[in-house]
Design a protein around this ligand. Structure first.
Ligand code: GLC
Ligand code: CA
Length: 556
C-alpha cells in the first residue's frame, strides 16, 4: 500500500523529501496545556488550529503532539484507552484531520506519540482481560501472573514501578498484573501476536491520516524476559551486562522496530520515528538505525550542567555515534518530563545531573537553593542558540520559546502527576513544566482559554506571555524566531569543526562558514571575524560576554 501526502495538504518545503527529519526543528506540543478554544480549562485541537499562524511564524519544521487519545488521565494521557481516536475533551478525528491540513498548509509536519509499552486500564482489551479470567487469551495480551505464598497474596516479584510503589497490582480473582508505571498502565505482552498486529494497525491508521512520523514512548521497554521464576528487584539491580536486564533495553525489542520499519516504508515519504530510549550511550545507535526507528532522543545535554567541557564531550560523542548509526543526532533541553532548562540553569552546577538537581529543588518548593532566575534564562538562551547551530535535529518544548521557568509552588491539592502521589516526599512530579501557556498579558488564564487553566499559572506568566514578547526587541520569543529563520537559511552538511581556544568557550564552524561561539564563562572574549548574525544577548563593546552565544558568518 502506498499513501502519498494528500495533494490538498501541500507542504511548502519539498513534501516528498525522505530526509526532512534529519535536521528538523521539532516543537513539542503538550495538547492539554497549549491552547483551549472552548474554555473548559483543557487545551484542545481547535486551540492548536487557532495557533497555526503562531507556529508558522515561530519557524519550526514539525510539531510532535504528546498523547491526545481518550484517556482517564492517570498519567497525563500516557495511559491510552483507545489508540485510534481523539479524547472527546480534546477534539474529534475530523478536527484532527483539519489540524493536520492546517499544519501541512503552513509547511509544518506532524509527529504523534505512540505508547506501546502499556495501555490504560480503561482500554477495552484490559477490561476484557479482567472479565475473561486467568489463562484466557484476553489475559495473554498483558502480563498476568499468580501471586506467591500459599494463598497467592504476595506479588509475583517485589519490583518497583517507575512512579514509586509496587509494579504489580492484584485483581479481584487473585491474579496480579505488571505495570512498570502507574497501576492504571498495565504492560502489554509483546510476545503476543495480537498486540503486534494492533500496533501495526495503529501506525497505519495515523499514517493514512497524513501523519508524518511517530515519537515512541519508552521504546526501550516492550520486550521482557519473564520466565517462571522471577528475579528480585535486588537481583535485577545488580545486573550490569548490556542487554541482560529482564525488563529494559532487551535485544528482542529491535525485532518489533524492524517490523514497524516495513510499515513506515509503505508510505511516501517513509514515515519517521524517534525513540524515547533512556539507554546508555553505546546502546542508542541501534534504536536510531535505518532498519529500526531511524532516530533516537539524546538526553545527554539535558543532564549536563551549563559547562563548556561537558557540552563539548557530549556533542563530540553524539556526532560520532550518529555517524555510526547513519542517523542524525538529536538535541533536547526540555520536555514534559523534566524541570525546564531556564530553571535548571538557575541552580548551582551539580556534576552533570541537572535533571535530578531540578527535581530535588522542586521538593523544597523551589526555595532551596535560591534560584538565580535571570542567570538561568540567560544561560538557557545561550544554550538554545548553541543547540540550534549544531548539526542534527533540535527538539523544543512548548513554552521554552517564552523562557518559561518551572512552576515550583503548585499546591498539593492541584497536582495531577502520578509521580507526586505514588512517591510522597520523594518526588513532586512533572506538573511544573506542564502549566498552560500564557498567550496574553492579562485575562483569564493569560489567554490560554476563557475557562481558566487546569494547573495554576504564576503571576509572572503575564510578562512572559506571547503578547508581551511579540515584537519586543531582545525578547526570548524574538530570539527563537530569528534563530529558527536563520537556521533554515544556514543549514548545511551534518558536520562541524572545532576551533581551539579557551576552556570555557565553545567555538565551532559548519562547512559553509557559519560560526557558533558560546562563552560559558564570565570574562568577555573576542568574536571571530565575520558578520555577526545573531547573539543571545547584546554585545557591549563588541565582545562576547559570559553566558552568551553568537552566530557569525565568515567567508569560506
Ligand atoms: C514516557 C513519557 C512520560 C510517561 C512515561 C510512561 O517517559 O515521556 O511522560 O509518564 O513514558 O508512559
Ligand atoms: Ca478545551
Amino acid at each position: 500500500m502506498t499513501s502519498d501526502i494528500d495533494p490538498r495538504q501541500p507542504l511548502t518545503h519539498q513534501p516528498l523529501d525522505p530526509t526532512w527529519w534529519r535536521q528538523a526543528a521539532v516543537y513539542q506540543i503538550y495538547p492539554r496545556s497549549f491552547a483551549d478554544a472552548n474554555g473548559d480549562g483543557i487545551g484542545d485541537l481547535r486551540g492548536i488550529i487557532s495557533r497555526v499562524p503562531y507556529l508558522e511564524r515561530l519557524g519550526i519544521d514539525a510539531v510532535w503532539l504528546s498523547p491526545f487519545y481518550p484517556s482517564a488521565l492517570a498519567d497525563g494521557g500516557y495511559d491510552v484507552a483507545d489508540y485510534r481516536d481523539v479524547d472527546p475533551r480534546i477534539g474529534t478525528l475530523d478536527e484532527f484531520d483539519e489540524m493536520v491540513a492546517a499544519l501541512h498548509a503552513a509547511g509544518i509536519r506532524v509527529i504523534v506519540d505512540i505508547v506501546p509499552n502499556h495501555s490504560s486500564d480503561q482500554h477495552v482489551w484490559f477490561q476484557e482481560a479482567l472479565a475473561a479470567g486467568p489463562g484466557s487469551p484476553e489475559r495473554a495480551r498483558y502480563v498476568f501472573r499468580d501471586g506467591l505464598g500459599p494463598d497467592g497474596s504476595q506479588p509475583p516479584a517485589d519490583w518497583e514501578s517507575m512512579f514509586g510503589g509496587l509494579a504489580w497490582t492484584r485483581v479481584p480473582d487473585g491474579q496480579w498484573y505488571l505495570h512498570l508505571f502507574a497501576k492504571e498502565q498495565p504492560d502489554f505482552n509483546w510476545d503476543n501476536e495480537e498486540v503486534r498486529e494492533d500496533f501495526r494497525r495503529t501506525l497505519r491508521f495515523w499514517s493514512d491520516r497524513g501523519v508524518d512520523g511517530f515519537r515512541i514512548d519508552v521504546a526501550h521497554a516492550l520486550a521482557k524476559e519473564l520466565g517462571d521464576s522471577l528475579p528480585t528487584q535486588a537481583e535485577i539491580d545488580a545486573i550490569t551486562e548490556p542487554g541482560a536486564h529482564p525488563l529494559w533495553d532487551r535485544d528482542e525489542v529491535h525485532e518489533v522496530y524492524a517490523d514497524w520499519r516495513k510499515v513506515f516504508d509503505e508510505y511516501t515519504p517513509p514515515r519517521i520515528a524517534v525513540a524515547e530510549a533512556w539507554v546508555t550511550t553505546p546502546r542508542r545507535p541501534r534504536y536510531a538505525s535505518a532498519e529500526g526507528l531511524g532516530q533516537a532522543f539524546n538526553f545527554d545535554l539535558l543532564e549536563a550542567d551549563f559547562d563548556a567541557g561537558q557540552f563539548r564531550t557530549i556533542i563530540a560523542d553524539n556526532l560520532a555515534l550518529s555517524a555510526a548509526s547513519g542517523s542524525s543526532t538529536t538535541w533536547v533541553f526540555s520536555n514534559h518530563d523534566v524541570v525546564r532548562h531556564a530553571t535548571r540553569y538557575a541552580l548551582p552546577a551539580r556534576n552533570g545531573s541537572t535533571a535530578k538537581q531540578g527535581r530535588d529543588w522542586l521538593l523544597s518548593g523551589g526555595t532551596e537553593p535560591v534560584a538565580d532566575v535571570a542567570l538561568g534564562l540567560r544561560r538557557a538562551r545561550a544554550a538554545t542558540l548553541l543547540m540550534l547551530g549544531l548539526p542534527g535535529s533540535a527538539y523544543l518544548y512548548q513554552g521554552e520559546e517564552l523562557g518559561l521557568p518551572e512552576v515550583a509552588d503548585i499546591p498539593a491539592a492541584e497536582r495531577q502527576d502520578p509521580t507526586f502521589f505514588r512517591s510522597p516526599g520523594v518526588d513532586v512530579g512533572r506538573d511544573g513544566c506542564r502549566v498552560p501557556l500564557p498567550w496574553t498579558r492579562e485575562g483569564t488564564s493569560f489567554g490560554f482559554g476563557d475557562g481558566g487553566a487546569h494547573l495554576p499559572q504564576p503571576r509572572t506568566f503575564g510578562e512572559l506571555s506571547v503578547q508581551a514578547q511579540d515584537g519586543a526587541p531582545g525578547s526570548t520569543l524574538e530570539l527563537y524566531r530569528a534563530a529558527l529563520a536563520l537556521r533554515r537559511e544556514l543549514q548545511t552538511d551534518e558536520t562541524l569543526e572545532w576551533v581551539p581556544g579557551r576552556a570555557d568557550v565553545l567555538h565551532f564552524t559548519r562547512p559553509n562558514g557559519w560560526h557558533v561561539m558560546t562563552n560559558f564563562g564570565t570574562d568577555a572574549v573576542p568574536l571571530p571575524d565575520g558578520e555577526v548574525l545573531l547573539t543571545s544577548e547584546p554585545l557591549p563593546g563588541g565582545v562576547l560576554p559570559g553566558a552568551t552565544t553568537a552566530w557569525v558568518r565568515a567567508a569560506v
